[in-house]
Design a protein around this ligand. Structure first.
Ligand SMILES: Cc1ncc(COP(=O)(O)O)c(C=O)c1O
Length: 429
């Protein structure tokens, strides 16, 4: 079979399994209410930020290109942004990458040394997988159950008993987690993970690496993220913040100590062998951080989190009122359990359904864009429509979304009930 025939067959197979990826038509989405982008603070539509950016851009000494890799040309703007970010996030050092993907790939492919072990949450982002696969520890990668301290603890104890180097401190163990998980809206129990690591690795060779991609701008003082919110800055080895989601820019920063930064500069191929972000890009990021520092982003984040609670509560009460079966629509327990309090507020709300595509199509026909997410992006049986909320969504839009979801589900109920009756009759025969 020719190459093109093989590629076409793979695509056809995805088509048949309803998992073929496609780019959306840019015109088709333009007028839909945004319930799907990562632009959580709606900063990409902020006239104030746009004005601020154009003003700074007009005065910037350099705007176009960057001239090459950071190691070839270390622009003033790039260096100044890192100094600013290290101070803002209270970190000894900062290193800017072209994207969060580059940062994770760069870090995880080079920092773990032979004999070290990497342990990661089962829902960790693809970029961490790409990094560790290119590392020198491909035979020492272990996952633990999502957000489960019990599963992590068990794994760490087993690794300690099997690997003397971890007990003596000659080898290191890295734990990779996200603070806010992108598909589930779950928040990692960071403080407990830090405490567990410190208690089991008293020689200081258990290192936490935290990906704040979805928490940046949304949580913590002035949007500094969960590590800052919990005061854990000195107890994690490295933090990743990305600029492409809530900050309406592109690129990312790794916050860490001087030695790790220097090592990345020498060994992280995704930093060394690529042209660094353009000056215009750096100006844009700088402007977004002005909006974090001046408190505007925090105001937007508060509005966003209030909208999130409103949506969750509205949808849950409609589901209960209409007795919608869980197979049609349900929210995960971490969003509905009352005892969790404020932390339920998250810009990412997964609405589980066995029919994510029809539900998403129903919403689209009513002017709303919330995307279906299916296997292989999420585990089998956990298909969903993922709702991403934004600071500029209105109360009416959010209420309308909950109503439209329930309207779709109630329309499906006669068919579901008939199916249940058939199954129950069959089981009695
Ligand atoms: C958790 C997480 N980490 C890293 C990345 C990569 O960031 P970027 O989009 O800047 O490459 C993403 C983006 O999809 C993400 O969701």
């Amino acid at each position: 079979m020719s190459l093109h025939a093989k590629l076409a067959a793979a695509l056809k197979s995805r088509e048949n399994r309803l998992i073929r990826r496609r780019l959306a038509d840019p015109d088709a989405d333009a007028d839909l209410v945004d319930f799907h982008t990562n632009d959580y603070l709606s900063l990409s539509h902020s006239h104030d930020l746009r004005r601020h950016f154009l003003h700074k851009l007009a005065r910037a000494p350099e705007v176009l290109g960057s001239g090459g890799s950071r190691l070839l040309v270390n622009g003033h703007a790039h260096a100044a942004l890192e100094t600013r970010l290290a101070a803002f996030f209270d970190s000894p050092a900062a290193l800017v990458f072209n994207s969060g993907l580059d940062a994770n790939v760069g870090f995880f492919s080079c920092v773990p040394q032979p004999g070290d072990v990497v342990v990661y949450d089962e829902y960790i982002h693809a970029s961490v997988h790409d990094g560790v696969r290119a590392s020198r520890v491909t035979d020492a990668l272990f996952s633990f159950e999502h957000n489960s301290l019990a599963s992590l603890g068990e794994l760490l104890l087993r690794l300690l008993s099997e690997r003397p180097g971890l007990r003596t401190g000659d080898n290191s163990l890295f734990v990779a987690v996200e603070t806010l998980y992108s598909m589930d809206g779950t928040i990692a129990p960071l403080t407990q993970i830090v405490e567990l690591l410190e208690s089991l690795f008293s020689r200081g060779n258990g290192h936490l690496v935290v990906d704040e991609a979805h928490a940046t701008g949304v949580y913590g003082p002035q949007g500094r993220g969960m590590v800052a919110k919990l005061g854990l800055e000195r107890r994690v080895l490295a933090r990743l913040h990305t600029f492409g989601k809530a900050l309406a820019g592109s690129g990312a920063v790794i916050l860490t100590d001087e030695v790790v930064r220097d090592y990345l500069l020498n060994y992280a191929r995704s930093l060394i062998y690529t042209t660094s972000l353009t000056y215009a890009n750096i100006v844009a990021v700088d402007c977004s951080f002005d909006f974090l520092e001046n408190g505007i982003a925090q105001e937007r984040a508060s509005k966003l989190l209030a909208l999130s609670l409103r949506f969750i509560d509205r949808l849950q009460s409609l589901i209960t009122w209409h007795s919608i079966p869980a197979a049609l629509l349900s929210l995960p327990p971490h969003l509905t359990a009352a005892e969790l309090g404020g932390e339920r507020a998250t810009p990412i709300v997964p609405v589980f359904t066995s029919a994510p595509r029809p539900l998403s199509a129903h919403l689209r026909a009513r002017g709303m864009n919330a995307r279906p997410i299916t296997w292989p992006t999420v585990p089998k049986g956990l298909d969903r429509v993922r709702v991403c909320l934004h600071a500029d969504n209105s109360l009416e839009e959010v209420d309308g979304l909950a109503r439209a979801m329930v309207e779709w589900a109630t329309g499906q109920m006669p068919a579901v009930r008939a199916q249940e009756r058939t199954l129950s009759l069959q089981s009695k025969l």
